[in-house]
Write a protein that binds this ligand. Structure first.
Ligand code: B16
Ligand code: MG
Length: 218
């Protein structure tokens, strides 16, 4: 039984994970080291300040900056990131996503956004996705970042759904762990081996339907 689908944003509905990575890599370059794409994987689904710590550790600079300096670095990264996402359009929504969201809605099942990002609203508006969700929970309303289950528990509460009837769509290991800790089933989107803890795997939303989800997850 599935009463509510909760969708992560970055890496599930849109491919903004690469913009996060490019912005962090630019900050690392300014600080004098290379931040590799493999190192960038660990920042997926993780909050902005926790991501900064991962970047600084990669450069051996974890004890180098004051809190105020770290805030400045994070703000600078965010400005670079916003430059990249502000040009997004509905064409940037990943293949099959829009029709799957419509299909879920046609079944009368709640659609909730559950993202760690403080920029979720900007992306939803640029990509004309906001009207496809009954509730939006994001980095502006959540106090504890994934893998804490807060974001998904807030989403279930907003939809009035029991955790056991929710399915979370996630591209990050931290998000799959958060779903499991919330008592929810999960779909690991994108095929990364890091998502082996998910209830089921989905490479892409192309040709995927709500009926297929129910058959595979129930
Ligand atoms: P922001 P999600 C997450 O979004 C990203 O995966 C992660 O890389 C980022 O650090 C985090 O949002 C915070 O984003 O800096 O925009 O507030 O995957 O939970 O939708
Ligand atoms: Mg994500």
């Amino acid at each position: 039984m599935v009463d509510c689908c909760i969708f992560d944003l970055d890496g599930v509905l849109v491919d903004t994970a690469r913009f996060h990575y490019e912005a962090w890599a630019a900050i690392a370059r300014e600080l004098g080291f290379a931040f590799t794409a493999a190192q960038g994987e660990a920042t997926k689904g993780v909050s902005r300040m926790a991501s900064l710590e991962i970047v600084l550790r990669a450069g051996g600079l974890e004890n180098r900056f004051t809190s105020a300096e770290k805030e400045q670095l994070a703000a600078r990264k965010n400005a670079l990131y916003l430059q990249k996402v502000s040009g997004m359009t509905p064409a940037d929504v990943l293949p099959g996503v829009r029709s799957f969201l419509e299909d879920v809605g046609r079944h009368g099942v709640s659609r909730v956004l559950g993202s760690a990002s403080k920029n979720a609203g900007v992306i939803l508006d640029c990509c004309d996705l906001r009207r496809m969700f009954e509730a939006v929970v994001d980095g502006t309303t959540v106090t504890r970042a994934k893998p804490d289950p807060e974001v998904f528990l807030q989403g279930a509460a907003r939809a009035g759904a029991a955790a056991s009837s929710c399915v979370v769509f996630e591209d990050a290991a931290a998000g799959i762990e958060a779903a499991t800790r919330a008592g929810m089933r999960s779909v690991g989107v994108g095929g990364s081996p890091a998502l082996s803890g998910a209830t089921m795997q989905l490479r892409s939303f192309e040709n995927f339907s709500f009926d297929m989800l129910c058959r595979q997850i129930d």
